[in-house]
Every structure is written in structure tokens, then in C-alpha cells.
Design a protein around this ligand. Structure first.
Ligand code: TYD
Ligand code: MG
Length: 470
């Protein structure tokens, strides 16, 4: 009999290839291919008896189906992102960088659920029971009836769950597995953390969830190096994928749904990491605008959207004459290519000379903007800094800038304006749009092109002319 052929699996995207190469052909990542024994695939070949399938009734598309019941965690920001609570019999993946607060979030949710009378089991594969207890004490939830176990073998976990929950305690309501990278199954020979182990362990746990009706939450660390299998191989197996994001040296965290079979994917939850765990942030804008210094040149408030939620953030620019041949450009919290584009449009279409200046751009609070709608606010901050003239301090900005210098309207202008009004802003400058609803108490200034903004903000004498120009 021929020796079984080994295969190579990308730990980033899960693509399978017959031979090793330095770069995954599917996702283009380097050094992510790892060898895997083929016994994790479907067993075929000689000696395998072909079983005759049974007949399954076919169903019409239109029929009565009940809404999935929900287990509400009472952590409102989490429930918002899951679409109204955990769904029994489903599997959810919570991904995020190590140390971002995944275990903290799940411990807080587990404790709240257990206190409300649900059966909650917390399986820790990374930390010993004592460590998990310490965290619970720090969070002030040690009295909550969460059941703990430190175990990494999937078969042991499933057997324990099946033996513990029988009779009238038919199933656990929630099982947290922290983390998927530490789990291993007897069925697979490779080491924990490899693609085949992660996949087999996740499969076993998901099967348990479907059979028992428990909701399982898998924790997955995101790694860029590819040593440990990225949770991406699990993403398509689970019903919902949430990502927990944030900067390690800033205290706010954003929980985002990237896939959800039972709810929307454009909802976010905002938390703040404190000494005693994660606190929910009901009004994210207040968090990002909290330490704002009024009337500083170069600061503009952007009325942004994060999923469906309006978020106001401050964009800070510093434009200073450069002593270097090639001026320095640095951006934190936004795309640097996008800033170069705004600089080019300001130069070419509005006559604002920036070629001899260093330009620094920062989004306050460690927040990261991904919307092009921030273009106008960035431009306003840049012009304000260059002219050394503060912007009106009760004004918000939003709008996309096109290469021709025209402004394009952005979605949900009304929601952005409403949020700005709620936080005491009295003026808004934005790209002309047709969808606008009435916004009482705000002065609206709609613009058609970026040069309108420059004309509004500064008189020509206030802008320095470029010395390198002559
Ligand atoms: P943790 O939940 O262990 O992160 P993850 O499971 O995603 O790896 O949280 C780790 C960080 O959070 C750690 O650096 C300490 C900090 N932390 C607090 O600031 N306050 C707290 O109450 C807790 C429990 C943790
Ligand atoms: Mg953890």
C-alpha cells in the first residue's frame, strides 16, 4: 500500500496544497504552510465500506420557523453585537490580540449569566483554576455560580459536560472555551495550535453544541506570524465571529461582529478597560472627545460612523516648516495613502502650499478611522494648522474628497448630525447631500468642493506661500 501522502495547510487561511512552498498561493502570506497528516480528512480508499445513506425529507422554503430563543447576558454592549443575546445550539468565535481582554469580557458575561440562573461552564486551557479565580476576584464576581475547569483535551471536556449535565440539568446554557489554540483532540496527531488540531477541536465542540443545544464560545488569539493557527480556519465553521479590538496602551475596546448568522454585522459594542474589568461605554463620542482642548489650531472634530453607531472623534494635525529635503509625513489612526491624497488635492486644486512642510496627523484617543468620510475633517485640520488659526470649536466636519477637489456626500448624514447635536455641537460643515432630515438647533454649512472649505476657513494672506516655489 502506498504511504499516505502528507498535505500542507496554510495556518492563515486554511488553504490546502500538495507541496510545501514559502508563500501560500491562496492568501499570499509568507511562511504559513505547515505539514499536516492526512488522517484529518474524510476517510476513503480500500477497506472502507460504503454506507448506504438514509432518506431525508425535503422541506419547502416557506414554512413556520420560530425565532431563535436567546440567552441575554445583560452585558448590553455584548448583547447588542450578538444581535440580542447568545443563541442556544450555536457556536461563536471571539477573536482578538492576546491581552486585549477576551477572557475578562467572557468572565464578566459568564458571571452575569450564571447569576441569572443559567448553567455556565468556563473551560480554561491557558490559565490554571487559581488564576481564573484571581481574575474573578478582581472583577468582583467570585460569588457567581460559574463552573470552572482547567482542561485542554476535547474528549475529556465533552465527556465531562455530558456526564455533568443529564437528567433535569439537561445541558449547560453556555460553555466558554478559552482558548481554541490550546485545545487538542485524540483523533489528530499534530500538536495543539496547529491547523488540524484547531479544526478538529472546534469541530468536536461545535458538534457538541448542536447535539446538546448549549451555546459555545470559542476564544481565538489572532497571530500574524502563523506559528499558531489563526482563528480564520474556524471562522467559516461557526455561526458568529466577533472581534475584540483596541490598542494595548489605550483603555477603550471595540467589539465588532464580522459574521453573524442570527443578527446584524454592523453593530459595535464599546468598552473601557478599568482596574476592575471592562466597563460599558454608552456614549463612545464622550470617551473620544473627553480631553479635548478647545480652540487649538489643527484640531477638527469628525462626525464618523462605526457600524451603525455615530462616533465623534478629534483629528489633530500639525503642519510645520520642514528643514529636510523630503518633508516628513506621519499618520496615526488613519491611512497614510489617504492623507497624501488630501495633501495633493489641497495643493493642486485649492492652492494650499504644503510641499515644504512636515505634516503629522493623529486621531485622538487611539481610535482608528476607516471611513473616507473623514477626508473633510482631515483637510480642515490641516488648513487650520497651516494657518495657525483654530477652527470654530463647536463645529463638526464630514465628507469625502474626490481627486477633482469635489466633495462627495457620505451615508447617514442625519445620524451624524443628530449625534453632534446631542453632544452640544452647534455647527456642521459637510458635503452637500439630498437625504438630509431637519436638524433643529444646528447651523448647517454644506459645501460642494474642497476649495469652498479653504475659502471659508482662511483669507489668502493667512496661508504661508511656499518658499521652495521661487
Ligand atoms: P485578558 O482578559 O486576560 O486578555 P486576553 O484574554 O484577551 O488575552 O486581559 C488582559 C489585560 O487586561 C491584562 O493586561 C490586564 C488587563 N486587565 C485590567 O486592566 N483590568 C482588569 O480588571 C482585568 C481583569 C484585566
Ligand atoms: Mg485570555
Amino acid at each position: 500500500m502506498a504511504a499516505p501522502k502528507t498535505q500542507f495547510v496554510c495556518s492563515g487561511c486554511g488553504a490546502v496544497s500538495g507541496k510545501w512552498s514559502g508563500r501560500c498561493e491562496a492568501c499570499g502570506e509568507w511562511n504559513t504552510l505547515v505539514e499536516e497528516s492526512p488522517n484529518t480528512g474524510v476517510a476513503t480508499g480500500p477497506g472502507k465500506v460504503q454506507r448506504k445513506g438514509r432518506i431525508i425529507p425535503l422541506e419547502p422554503l416557506d414554512g413556520d420557523t420560530k425565532d431563535s430563543p436567546r440567552i441575554i447576558s445583560k452585558v448590553a454592549e455584548l448583547d447588542r453585537v450578538t444581535g440580542g443575546g447568545f443563541v442556544p445550539g450555536s457556536a461563536l468565535l471571539l477573536g482578538g490580540d492576546p491581552g486585549i481582554g477576551k477572557s475578562t469580557l467572557l468572565m464578566q458575561a459568564s458571571a452575569a449569566l450564571a447569576r441569572a440562573g443559567n448553567n455556565v461552564v468556563y473551560v480554561s486551557g491557558e490559565e490554571a483554576v487559581a488564576q481564573v479565580r484571581l481574575r474573578a476576584q478582581r472583577l468582583g464576581v467570585e460569588k457567581s455560580p460559574v463552573q470552572l475547569v482547567a482542561e485542554t483535551n476535547v474528549e475529556n471536556i465533552v465527556t465531562t459536560l455530558q456526564a455533568t449535565f443529564k437528567g433535569d440539568k439537561k445541558r449547560p446554557d453556555l460553555v466558554v472555551l478559552d482558548s481554541i489554540q490550546t485545545l487538542w483532540s485524540d483523533a489528530v496527531e499534530s500538536a495543539p495550535g496547529t491547523v488540524s488540531q484547531v479544526r478538529a477541536s472546534a469541530q468536536a465542540m461545535i458538534r457538541y453544541a448542536k447535539q446538546s443545544g448549549a451555546c459555545i464560545v470559542l476564544v481565538g488569539h489572532v497571530t500574524k506570524e502563523g506559528q499558531i493557527a489563526g482563528p480564520r480556519v474556524v471562522e467559516h465553521m461557526v455561526d458568529a465571529v466577533l472581534y475584540f479590538e483596541g490598542e494595548n496602551n489605550h483603555h477603550f475596546r471595540i467589539l465588532r461582529a464580522v459574521k453573524n448568522r442570527f443578527g446584524p454585522t454592523d453593530e459595535i459594542g464599546v468598552f473601557e478597560m478599568s482596574d476592575t474589568g471592562l466597563k460599558q461605554v454608552n456614549n463612545p463620542s464622550e470617551l473620544f472627545l473627553g480631553e479635548r482642548h478647545k480652540a487649538a489650531p489643527g484640531a477638527a472634530v469628525f462626525a464618523g460612523l462605526e457600524g451603525r453607531r455615530p462616533v465623534l472623534v478629534e483629528i489633530q494635525a500639525l503642519v510645520a516648516e520642514s528643514s529636510l529635503g523630503t518633508p516628513r509625513r506621519a499618520v496615526v489612526g488613519w491611512e497614510s495613502a489617504r492623507m497624501s491624497m488630501i495633501l495633493a488635492v489641497l495643493e493642486a486644486r485649492c492652492g494650499v502650499r504644503l510641499g515644504g512642510h512636515d505634516v503629522y496627523l493623529n486621531v485622538a484617543g487611539g481610535y482608528r478611522i476607516s471611513e473616507p468620510a473623514a477626508d473633510l475633517a482631515v483637510a480642515a485640520a490641516l488648513v487650520s494648522s497651516l494657518a495657525n488659526k483654530p477652527l470654530p470649536d463647536n463645529c463638526v466636519y464630514f465628507g469625502e474628497v474626490s481627486l477633482s477637489g469635489h466633495l462627495r456626500p457620505v451615508s447617514q448624514a442625519s445620524a451624524r448630525l443628530k449625534e453632534a447635536g446631542k453632544l452640544g455641537f452647534e455647527q456642521a460643515t459637510f458635503a452637500k447631500t439630498s437625504e438630509l432630515a431637519k436638524t433643529p438647533g444646528m447651523r448647517l454649512n454644506t459645501l460642494e468642493s474642497l476649495s469652498d472649505l479653504v475659502v471659508d476657513l482662511v483669507t489668502p494672506g493667512e496661508l504661508p506661500s511656499d518658499k521652495n516655489d521661487d
